[in-house]
Design a protein around this ligand. Structure first.
Ligand SMILES: *Cc1c(COP(=O)(O)O)cnc(C)c1O
Length: 378
């Protein structure tokens, strides 16, 4: 029996009747910005992760930018971060003229290797910006310990990790601030959107002002206390966020079920390694990424999967090797060998809440066939 495989998408947002109802409610209310939905979304995220404040913004990138500005990171300052991430985690430093200092990753977790951080600290280092990659929290004990001893701020890029935990505490709540993102492939979506979380009253106040053109809390529409931006989250997006947060446990559980199915089926596939994490980590699945053996040609595997209607993506491409980073900072291939090796071999497979067991099975069957055929000649 042959089963015809239709296109299986890389990701797909989980939008239901509650999302439709709340968005329609906003449309009919006529209040499309600065209404009640954004504060409600903020309350729900703050309560869910256990933070004093949540500040909704127009994207994860906007949230990171505001935090970098409020922390006063600028020209002459160095910030330690990972090259194995989405480019925004490091671009947010360039926006303000601060310098990203990359540290190679741990080959087991694919997160910044805490054991290498101290060697990168200089008198100019001001902060550490860890990224919780693919929904796996970084070793926050080690990172906070270094930050405390060296007097550094910690800003967490938790854009891929809503719901992820380290020793039971939510990713994004360890540093001075953490940022989540809600692009359609993230755990929950608002279309475009992001959220800053912090326990720091002053930081939250400054972010609220700066996302809203620098307006003060009590001043008028044309009173601007500081340089600000328009990084507000509109009410339609916030309504989506409220509906998604009402179902966040169900959404994360569905993602965990699909991941568990992949794990089970991939265990028997030679040449394919699945993600691993230490016992302190509570995973929140963002994407489902596998690591191929060095003897397998990843690009041939990708082409063959795509030819079979299975979307996939090389995740990530190292930040330090992006053309403008190479030009500006002189980075070369070989600078961060663990990151580069992992980046050459990782592959994101189709992953979303509504994937059926049959679809996961079809992806794994194809991957097994293709991997056997694509072993590079030695
Ligand atoms: C998605 C993402 C961002 C940026 O989020 P946007 O909402 O797309 O701006 C930042 N960092 C990481 C690691 C991400 O995955």
């Amino acid at each position: 029996m042959t089963r015809q495989v239709q296109t299986i998408p890389l990701s797909r947002p989980d939008i239901g009747p509650d999302e439709e109802r709340l968005v329609l409610e906003v449309l009919r209310s006529g209040q499309l910005s600065l209404g009640p939905m954004a504060p409600e979304f903020e309350r729900r995220v703050a309560e869910y992760v256990g933070a004093r404040h949540a500040v909704a913004v127009s994207s994860g990138t906007a949230g990171l930018h505001l935090c970098v500005r409020v922390l006063g990171l600028g020209p002459g300052d160095e910030v330690i971060t990972t090259p194995f991430s989405f480019v925004a985690s490091s671009n947010c430093l360039l926006f303000e003229g601060a310098r990203p200092v990359f540290v190679d990753i741990d080959p087991a977790t694919w997160n910044i290797d805490p054991g290498r951080i101290e060697a990168a600290v200089t008198p100019r280092t001001r902060a550490i910006l860890p990224v919780h990659v693919f929904g796996q929290a970084c070793d926050m004990d080690a990172i906070l310990d270094i930050a405390r001893r060296r007097g550094l701020a910690v800003l967490e890029d938790a854009c891929e990790a809503l719901g992820g935990t380290w020793r039971g505490r939510h990713a994004g709540t360890f540093g001075r601030a953490g940022v989540f993102a809600f692009y359609p492939n993230k755990q929950i979506t608002t279309g475009e959107g992001g959220m800053i979380v912090t326990d720091d009253d002053d930081l939250a106040r400054a972010c609220r002002s700066m996302r809203n053109q620098g307006r003060g809390e009590s001043g008028g529409w044309l009173d601007h206390e500081r340089l600000g931006y328009n990084y507000r989250l509109d009410e339609l997006s916030a309504a989506l966020g409220v509906a998604q947060m009402q179902r966040v446990d169900e959404i994360l559980a569905a993602r965990a079920r699909v991941a568990a199915r992949y794990h089970e089926l991939l265990a028997g596939v030679p040449g394919v390694r699945t993600m691993t994490w230490p016992p302190e980590v509570g995973m929140s699945w963002f994407v489902y990424v596998v690591l191929l053996d060095r003897g397998i040609d990843r690009d041939r595997v990708m082409a063959a999967l795509q030819g079979a209607g299975i979307q996939c993506r090389a995740y990530f491409s190292p930040i330090h090797l992006q053309p403008f980073y190479r030009e500006r900072f002189g980075h070369q291939p070989g600078d961060f060998p663990v990151c580069e090796d992992v980046a050459r071999r990782t592959l994101a497979l189709p992953f979303h809440t509504r994937m059926t067991e049959d679809e996961v099975g079809a992806v794994v069957d194809r991957l097994r066939e293709i991997c056997v055929r694509s072993r590079c000649p030695r």
